[in-house]
Design a protein around this ligand. Structure first.
Ligand code: 1HN
Length: 346
């Protein structure tokens, strides 16, 4: 591969003439935008420890009333993208949100897709399109693009959850905006009750639901039980994991980001496939080491970590009991764009 000409090789007069006309020579920047064989990600492996975040989040609760914040969130920003960009990876935004007893975070909707993964506390809820979804640790609640949502809290203690949005992508595409509304009356039946049993879907007059988002809440108790059962009946299967899907179609739960839960067996070491999407790990229960290339990140319960794509990642359960992880990645987006790759050495 020959070395390409540099910008400095060109006469200043010529460069000035180009600049004046909004023109740029490609060759000095070609390798930068398209490196050989493997992308050069901005995303750097980053660990956010809940024990660091929680006191600062509670302090935000004292410093900033909910009316002044609308959403009281500390953003988990990847320094490789610069903190101002508020992104964990190219397409993923992460934030830890605090709601105190009696507070209400007003109703709105927006173009980015969002989910909540509940970290701790009981008694808070998100109302999604008129459906009141109660929050308990490990529950996944969807608020897909365009769905009205607001948060309330009937309980006694602070509630914290992890927000995951595809905001960086929506912002990049210049399609990110929101609308406000009055408080939603919660009128709709809980959609999850229609999908309590796998393999059975509601079919009034034998017609299947055409809703793109037929279910908003995935209770952790159900997901955890599924993982434990899978681990038990498949003792030799290494990767005990599930994907959160649309229960009507089996498609990914949302269009851009993928959501998964995994059980690491006691003391298990697991090498993940090397794939193109960035990935985020959050410990629902237990503890593990996450090794990204040569660096080891020790995670306790409620800690969150991200790794860039095209990078070897090894998970090691550091406990003598199962560890449960929530994971989110950019696989649905990569597949739709036709850039998904799995580079695991066979
Ligand atoms: C949002 O609407 C929520 O509804 C949380 O709780 C975080 C980050 C950026 C833009 C909108 C929420 C958000 C957000």
């Amino acid at each position: 591969m020959s070395e390409l000409g540099k910008l400095e090789d060109l006469p200043q007069e010529y460069r000035d003439a180009l600049t004046k006309l909004n023109l740029v020579p490609l060759w000095p920047s070609l390798r930068g935008v398209m490196p050989a064989n493997k992308p050069r990600p901005h995303t750097v492996p980053t660990l956010w420890k809940y024990q660091d975040i929680k006191p600062l989040l509670l302090q935000a609760g004292e410093l900033t009333p909910i009316e002044k914040a609308e959403r009281r969130v500390l953003v988990l920003a990847n320094p490789g993208h610069t903190l101002e960009k508020m992104q964990a990876s190219p397409a993923m935004y992460l934030g830890m949100q605090l709601l105190l007893p009696g507070e209400w975070a007003s109703s709105h909707r927006h173009t980015p897709n969002a989910i909540r993964m509940i970290v701790e506390g009981e008694g808070a809820y998100t109302t999604v399109e008129g459906e009141k979804c109660y929050m308990s640790r490990g529950d996944l609640i969807l608020t897909p693009t365009g769905m009205w949502h607001e948060h309330g809290h009937d309980g006694q203690d602070p509630v914290v959850w992890l927000d995951v949005l595809d905001l960086p992508l929506a912002y990049y595409l210049e399609v990110s905006y929101h609308n406000d509304s009055a408080k939603q009356e919660n009128v709709n039946a809980s959609t999850e009750t229609f999908y309590t049993t796998g393999g059975v879907v509601p079919s009034p007059m034998f017609e299947r639901s055409k809703k793109q988002y037929p279910m908003y809440r995935y209770p952790w108790t159900h997901v955890r039980r599924t993982l434990e059962n899978m681990a038990q009946v498949q003792p030799t299967v290494e990767m005990v994991s599930v994907t959160y899907v649309n229960p009507e179609t089996g498609d990914d739960a949302e269009n851009i980001l993928g959501f998964y839960a995994m059980m690491l067996r006691p003391n298990q070491t697991l090498h993940l496939p090397v794939r193109s999407p960035s990935i985020v790990f959050h410990v629902i229960e237990g503890a593990c080491d996450i090794q990204v290339e040569a660096t080891n990140y020790p995670l306790q319960q409620a800690d969150t970590c991200c790794a860039p794509g095209y990078t070897p990642v090894t998970l090691k359960n550091t406990l003598n009991q199962p560890t449960f992880l929530f994971m989110t990645d950019e696989t649905p987006l990569h597949r739709k764009l036709g850039v998904f790759e799995n580079r695991t050495k066979k």
